[in-house]
Design a protein around this ligand. Structure first.
Ligand SMILES: O=C(O)c1ccccc1NCC(=O)[C@H](O)[C@H](O)COP(=O)(O)O
Length: 215
């Protein structure tokens, strides 16, 4: 049965892929500002990508422990709708970013086991949304976008007061099961819609969104 699951396609780097994600029914478009990432874009590139997005889609800037100067530089050029903080930002920093920019803020929290769930409450109290993602491996180059899953049963039956999104190793083949086990109303994907790191694939994007929405 078709479900109203909202999908974020993260790590978009090309205007034609922005259009493909929009056509396929994405609700959020994620742009990565992290130099070591194969999905990294500059503020000027982000501006062009944002301008390729139809109205109504939420354009998300993903940063990692960015200071105000870095955030200022992105927002001076690109018409961003939401900030995603994907580093070690403390709850106080999340609150400060939200106050300073007046934009909704989504905080990513990495989960590997039940011990990691405790921090969710602190971030739910200050962020507009929380991205519940797989925790990166210890010496990983990237704090996210690693194509790794975590045990979705850790989230079964849990409820939080804020909107949240499930991420981590989702693909067209596993997203329906992930939604069923976690009760997620929103999902985020990056590697699962790529042919190679940083290379998005239009058909994989369309298949992922259909699978997430149970079509
Ligand atoms: O995607 C990146 O390259 C990235 C770089 C630095 C920090 C975070 C990054 N991605 C975070 C995301 O929002 C991903 O969509 C999320 O971690 C899920 O990724 P995947 O497991 O590859 O679907």
């Amino acid at each position: 049965m078709a479900q109203d699951i909202r999908v974020k396609i993260c790590g978009l780097t090309r205007p034609d892929h922005i259009e493909a994600a929009a056509r396929a029914g994405a609700a959020y478009l994620g742009l990565v500002f992290f130099e070591r990432s194969p999905r990294n874009v500059s503020p000027a590139e982000a501006r062009d990508l944002c301008l390729a997005a139809p109205p109504g889609l939420v354009k998300v800037a993903l940063t990692v422990d960015a200071d105000d100067a870095a955030l200022d530089a992105i927002l001076a050029q690109a018409p961003i709708d939401m900030l995603q903080l994907h580093g070690h930002e403390a709850p106080e920093r999340v609150a400060a970013v939200r106050r300073r920019y007046g934009l909704p803020v989504m905080k990513a929290v990495g989960i590997a086991d039940a011990g990691d769930l405790g921090q969710l409450d602190a971030y739910m109290a200050v962020a507009d949304q929380v991205l519940i993602d797989a925790k990166p491996p210890r010496h990983s180059e990237l704090p996210g976008g690693n194509g790794l899953t975590f045990d979705w049963r850790l989230l079964t039956g849990r409820r939080w007061p804020r909107p949240w999104m499930l991420a981590g190793g989702l693909t067209a083949a596993n997203v329906a099961e992930a939604v069923r086990l976690t009760g997620a109303g929103q999902v985020d994907v990056s590697s699962g819609v790529e042919r190679a790191p940083g290379k998005k694939d239009e058909q994989m994007i369309a298949r992922f969104i259909s699978a997430a929405q149970g079509e």
